[in-house]
Design a protein around this ligand. Structure first.
Ligand code: CMX
Length: 434
């Protein structure tokens, strides 16, 4: 058994027994109540699942196993001479519930490098798609094409005791994460870089190798990738990509089926696709007024124009958060340090000064503050990655860390088939009139 798998087994198997006892002793304990509004409005705020990897506080933002983003930027192991955490570290933390040592992170890097080979048929399948196919569609299809490699599906077919599901799921989770950067980089280079590909460098860490395969070997871009892939990794269990992955996995679909479902959710403009929409919106703003002529007055006018067209301001608002997203702040910190004079960064800063007041004045927006997607694009543009249709793929590569760690816990804790009840409007009316 590999070392990481062994440590996970020592944590997960006793916890499965503990949870069984918790349900036996307290199964009738009422955790919350829900309202007609929640039933109609996307179950917001309902407690309906357990996700061990992270917890989102509306006022404070995300904590990964109890650690906030600033704490993780300080405490997680970094590359030699690096300033940002290695994403391997946040994965280890989410999986084990403990901060990793340098050695733990090194082991994860090596483990993924060993598993990173992508079978040829995945590239052949990608090559058969029109170049105009959106990068997220290509990624989702490639993840499904990788399903041929599922160790879990093969074990299930052979007949496996349900107590052992976590073991082949561990193999799927690690293999999928290891292979994703190669697949994502292939999609990028195929669409935008004349189909000229770059071989992986197994000596590099996961994020640096991804940057290298994308074609960005400058140290600054690698530093950005390490931050980017760390902060997008997880956002508790109820967001669309995490929930979709968990839901599909609850039918004992393997990691590839489950993650492909999660990606499809991330590709929605109200979720991860908002990062490309933000850059599109800023480009449209510049085109409308002329580049160089953008001030707060123009931004306010363009926000109002967008709203009066019945559209949302991308990068603003959140279903749970009620303050500025700490993932936005982390990126703002990065920009202030490394690109304070960047023209697009200055526009993003001005939007931050103008948009919250305009959105608040509508009287219905519960959170007028920026989310993670309001900032990520301008950092990528600064380092030369201007192809914004690709941005959500970067988000997906990062999100694999959280949702795959959670899927492994789901199998280790024997989480059951998810099957909430639904009702009809007549049923609701009947209950309300009583
Ligand atoms: N611009 C304009 N209107 C907005 C808005 C925004 N940024 N955010 C919320 N609203 C509107 C809603 O559309 C809704 O209007 P209606 O009542 O007319 O339907 C009203 O305000 C209330 O919405 P809410 O309760 O504040 O927000 P929700 O929980 O329903 O939705 C979210 C959350 C993120 C979908 C929404 O804020 C939004 O559409 N934001 C823009 C898209 C975006 O940035 N998404 C990325 C989120 C982060 C991520 O997942 O990556």
């Amino acid at each position: 058994m590999d070392k990481i798998k062994e440590v996970f087994a020592k944590k997960a198997l006793p916890m499965a027994a503990e949870i069984k006892q918790l349900i036996k002793d307290n199964g009738d304990f009422v955790l919350g109540q829900y309202t007609v509004e929640q039933v109609y409005h996307g179950m917001h705020g309902m407690i309906g699942m357990v996700t061990e990897t992270s917890k989102l506080d509306p006022e404070e933002g995300i904590r990964f196993r109890g650690y906030s983003i600033p704490e993780l930027r300080a405490k997680l192991p970094k590359a030699p001479g690096g300033t940002e955490p290695l994403p391997e570290g946040i994965f280890y933390l989410m999986l084990m519930g403990e901060l990793p040592t340098e050695e733990d992170v090194h082991n994860v890097s090596n483990n993924w490098a060993r598993r990173s080979n992508v079978p040829k048929h995945v590239f052949d399948m990608l090559d058969s798609l029109p170049l105009s196919t959106h990068p997220m569609t290509q990624l989702s299809a490639a993840v499904l094409a990788l399903q041929t490699e599922s160790v879990f599906a093969a074990a299930y077919r052979k007949g496996i005791n349900k107590k052992d599901y976590w073991d082949p799921m561990y193999e799927d989770v690690m293999n999928l994460i290891a292979r994703l950067p190669r697949v994502a980089a292939y999609i990028y280079r195929r669409i935008y870089k004349s189909d000229i590909h770059i071989e992986p460098d197994p000596k590099l860490d996961w994020a640096a190798n991804f940057a290298h395969m994308l074609g960005y070997d400058e140290y600054d871009f690698k530093r950005l990738m390490r931050l980017y892939l760390t902060i997008h990794a997880d956002h508790e269990g109820g967001n669309v990509s995490a929930h979709a992955t968990h839901l599909v996995g609850s039918a004992l679909s393997d990691a590839y089926y489950s993650f492909s479902a999660g990606i499809n959710g991330l590709a929605g403009p109200l979720h991860g696709l908002a990062n490309q929409e933000v850059v599109r919106w800023i480009n449209d703003l510049k085109e409308y007024f002329g580049s160089g002529a953008i001030g707060k007055k123009q931004i306010e006018e363009y926000i109002n124009k967008t709203l009066s067209g019945g559209k949302v301001i991308p990068g603003y608002g959140h279903a749970v958060l009620r303050k500025t997203d700490p993932r936005y702040i982390a990126q703002m910190d990065f920009a202030l340090k490394y690109l304070p004079e960047d023209e697009n960064f200055k526009i993003v800063q001005m939007i931050y000064e103008v948009a919250p007041a305009v959105l608040s004045s509508l009287g219905k927006v519960k959170n007028p503050w920026p989310n993670v997607d309001a900032h990520s694009g301008v950092l990528l543009i600064h380092y030369g990655m201007v192809e914004y249709d690709f941005y959500t793929v970067l988000f997906a590569v990062s999100r694999s860390l959280g949702v795959m760690a959670s899927l492994l816990w789901d199998r280790a804790l024997s989480m059951p088939l998810e099957r909430p009840g639904s009702v009809t409007t007549d049923w609701v009316k009947g209950r309300v009139s009583k």
